[in-house]
Design a protein around this ligand. Structure first.
Ligand code: ATP
Ligand code: PAF
Ligand code: BAL
Length: 281
């Protein structure tokens, strides 16, 4: 497995592979890898010949400086996991490499109304930062396909809108959420959960599953009310939102006949903010 820290070195590695007609996949991550990330690498291998995984903790998408500061960075462990998974190359630039003009560099694009909902409402400017770095990664790799996890459901929509904005010819593949045996969605931030937090964190997947299982039995308002009640007696758990939304716009769901519906949740469990979602249809 090759490891590159500069765009120039990565480009020199990719050029002959592209010239030989190899299909390139990009798997963007912020590191602290788990089996969710590895599932993206595996799906990438089914869709391309050369797999580039980027590891970069992007400062411009963090709205809480403490969250950025304590983001886990176990780089040796990450490289070992990627090597075992058969990843072709890792791109792990530093901040100066990605933001030569500094992280305050100008960036603003129209991502549509969904930018300001849910995660965008709780982490203002988050999706400008995400699309800013993903565009830079796309420019550095110029992949044929790029893999993203459904766990960050809204992120996938925003990236597709960014692609449309720049008319980039990249195929976005959304990968299913990989969960622990008890249902908790794998996440790099799970490492911060105390033993009690870890137990309490199950409320996210349990409340989502409840909505999926009982979708036909109650109105949306009633379902959301019942799902929110799961959080009532849990000390140390604070719900940011629980919603049933239209899958394409993230506007609140109106009718059960909608072609795509998704339940999404975000909650602070102890000091750790977690997100999760389940597609209803
Ligand atoms: N459990 C999972 N299953 C599938 N894909 C996942 C999972 N967790 C993360 N991903 C995807 O991996 C990519 C990189 O995510 P990232 O490095 O932010 O990891 P993360 O676990 O989501 O971390 P955190 O949620 O703590 O920021 C994203 O496209 C994300 O959606
Ligand atoms: C896509 C991403 C790597 C951009 O920093 C990040 O938001 C993530 O890990 O989901
Ligand atoms: N996986 C989403 C990256 C973030 O939380 O900033």
């Amino acid at each position: 497995m090759e490891v590159f820290k500069t765009k120039a070195a990565l480009k020199a590695y990719l050029e002959p592979l592209k010239a030989a007609g190899k299909k390139i996949a990009l798997v963007p991550t912020m590191g602290a890898l788990h089996n969710g990330h590895i599932s993206l690498i595996k799906l990438a291998q089914e869709n391309a010949d050369v797999i580039v995984c980027s590891i970069f903790v992007n400062p411009t998408q963090f709205t809480d400086p403490k969250d950025l500061e304590k983001y886990p960075r176990p780089i040796e462990h990450d490289l070992a996991m990627l090597n075992t998974a058969g990843c072709s190359a890792v791109f792990m630039p530093n901040v100066e490499e990605m933001y030569p003009e500094g992280a305050g560099e100008n960036w603003h694009i129209n991502l549509g109304n969904a930018e300001f909902l849910l995660e965008g409402a709780f982490r203002k400017g988050h999706y400008q930062g995400v699309t800013q770095i993903v565009k830079k990664l796309f420019d550095a790799v110029e992949p044929d396909v790029a893999m993203f996890g459904q766990k960050d459901y809204q992120q996938v929509l925003m990236i597709k809108n960014m692609l449309e904005h720049f008319k980039l010819p990249i195929n976005i593949i959304t990968c299913p959420i990989i969960r622990e045996d008890d249902g908790l969605a794998m996440s790099s931030r799970n490492i911060h959960l105390s033993k009690t937090d870890r137990k309490n964190a199950l409320v996210l997947s349990k409340s989502l599953q409840y909505v999926v299982d009982n979708f036909q039995s109650y109105s949306f308002d009633e379902l959301v009310k019942q799902a929110k009640a799961f959080y009532n007696d849990l000390e140390g758990v604070e719900l940011d939102y629980f919603t049933i939304a239209k899958g394409d716009t993230l506007q609140p769901a109106e009718t059960k006949e909608e072609k795509s519906l998704v339940a999404l949740v975000a909650a602070k469990v102890g000091a750790t903010r977690l997100i999760d979602n389940m597609i209803i249809k």
